[in-house]
Ligand binder design. Structure first.
Ligand SMILES: [Mg+2]
Length: 417
């Protein structure tokens, strides 16, 4: 064994090294060699990493073997084909199921730790690339840096990149063709009505902060006007009491405003006391709930548990506020999507996006809904815009503003500003 000095890139297998097989919107392993598809740029990408000095290692969970729905020989044949066609050193496999309590099933870091031992890998200088929270978490627990990889995003990138050919518009997926539903977040009636004329706006959310900013003085009157003006799409209004009994009262009233109204309940009150008991009661009473102000995964898990078995409900995770703390919201939201998947009545909302790109992030990780401010929606015309054209516009903007401001500097003798 050598000292731990080599750097590695660990790869999850299905959905990263080879394409996952999607059935009913869910990713599965290839059933056999006939279903094995390796993305066209995978070999080149791996070769470059190898040239840069990384040891390339696969790390895959294959629980279907323990579950009796896949044969170990087929997993081995698939791995052999990958090792044959890609410059990988080795693929480590966990064949266990959750109940086996092994130390190697991701998110546990066993596969990576074993590889580190056998190849002399310095984990702190290594990376784990995966498409699910289990991969990222295994990498994190092993002490690696982690990357979440989505083949949807990768495909956009490959299609968009055409060296040597200038395109007016790169063929990105238009926002309106994405699976994620776009909700408009705002609180001025006129703006909301304008948004409601766009058929691809699938719902609306408001909150007391936006309403205050928009100058709304009478909460009930404003809400009733909105509900009347937009009768055909879900709209969320928030309770604002800090006492659970009063919140319940407000929730019951808000729910009477329309069948398409969702009641926003913050995950705690201002004293940090959990709202889950209230959420459970209101859900049982048939009230549509939007659990809001969630920033952590344990809050997602608790909210989903409280809503399971109730009617339609949303769980709003404030991804933008998470990003504001310096944390990447994408793997966290991907993990949230998996937690929400156990309750078919619950949809996950990517709340407080900070940029238009977040709409693509939300779509790629299987988030159901993203609430987008009117300000970000105003940028939709930029989707796929040629970057050279955009650069030129930027240069012109700086120049025009400098001219308009009348700025002058000393010029070279004989030249004009
Ligand atoms: Mg995978």
């Amino acid at each position: 064994m050598t000292a731990a000095s080599r750097r590695a890139v660990f790869f999850d297998r299905d959905g990263v090294l080879n394409e996952a097989i999607v059935r009913d919107g869910k990713p599965y392993s290839p059933a056999g060699l006939e279903e094995l598809v390796i993305p066209g740029d995978a070999h080149e990408a791996l070769r470059r990493l190898q040239d840069a000095g990384f040891v390339l290692i696969g790390a895959t969970n294959q629980p279907d073997v323990a579950r009796g729905i896949q044969r170990r020989e087929i997993v081995e044949a698939l791995n052999a084909a990958l090792l044959d066609r890609l410059p990988l050193e080795r693929i480590y496999v966990c064949y266990h199921d959750d109940r086996d309590g092994c130390s190697c099933r991701k998110p546990r870091p066993g596969l990576l730790l074993q590889a580190a031992e056998e190849y002399g890998i310095d984990l702190a200088r290594s990376f784990m690339i995966g498409d699910r929270w289990r991969d990222v978490e295994a990498g994190r627990r092993a002490g690696c840096r982690t990357v979440i990889h989505r083949q949807v995003a990768l495909r956009c990138r490959i299609v968009g990149a055409q060296p040597g050919r200038r395109q007016r518009r790169s063929p990105m997926i238009p926002i309106t063709d994405l699976r994620v539903k776009i909700f408009a977040d705002g609180a001025d009636l006129q703006g909301m009505q304008a948004m409601s004329r766009k058929p691809w706006i699938k719902g609306f959310t408001t909150n007391p902060t936006l309403m205050r900013k928009a100058g709304v003085a009478d909460y009930r009157r404003f809400a009733l006007d909105v509900v009347k003006a937009i009768p055909d799409r879900p709209i969320s209004f928030e309770v604002f009491s800090d006492e659970f009994a009063e919140m319940a009262h407000q929730a019951r009233e808000i729910a009477t405003w329309g069948r398409h109204v969702y009641v926003k309940i913050p995950i705690t009150n201002t004293r940090g006391e959990s709202s889950i008991a209230l959420i459970r009661d209101l859900g049982a009473a048939g009230i549509k709930i939007n659990v809001t102000a969630i920033l952590a995964l344990d809050q997602v898990r608790d909210a989903v548990a409280g809503l399971a078995g109730a009617g339609p409900a949303y769980v709003s995770v404030f991804a933008g506020r998470i990003a504001d703390t310096g944390r990447d919201p994408v793997p966290l939201m991907a993990a949230a999507a998996e937690l929400v998947a156990v309750a078919p009545n619950v949809e996950l909302i990517w709340a407080s996006p900070r940029e238009l790109l977040n709409i693509y992030h939300a779509d790629a990780i299987g988030c159901h809904i993203i609430t987008v401010t009117h300000e970000i929606l105003d940028k939709l015309d930029l989707v796929g815009k040629d970057l050279h054209d955009y650069s030129l516009e930027t240069v012109r903007m700086f120049r025009n503003d400098a001219v308009r401001a009348g700025y002058t500097l000393a010029t070279r003798a004989g030249s004009k500003a």
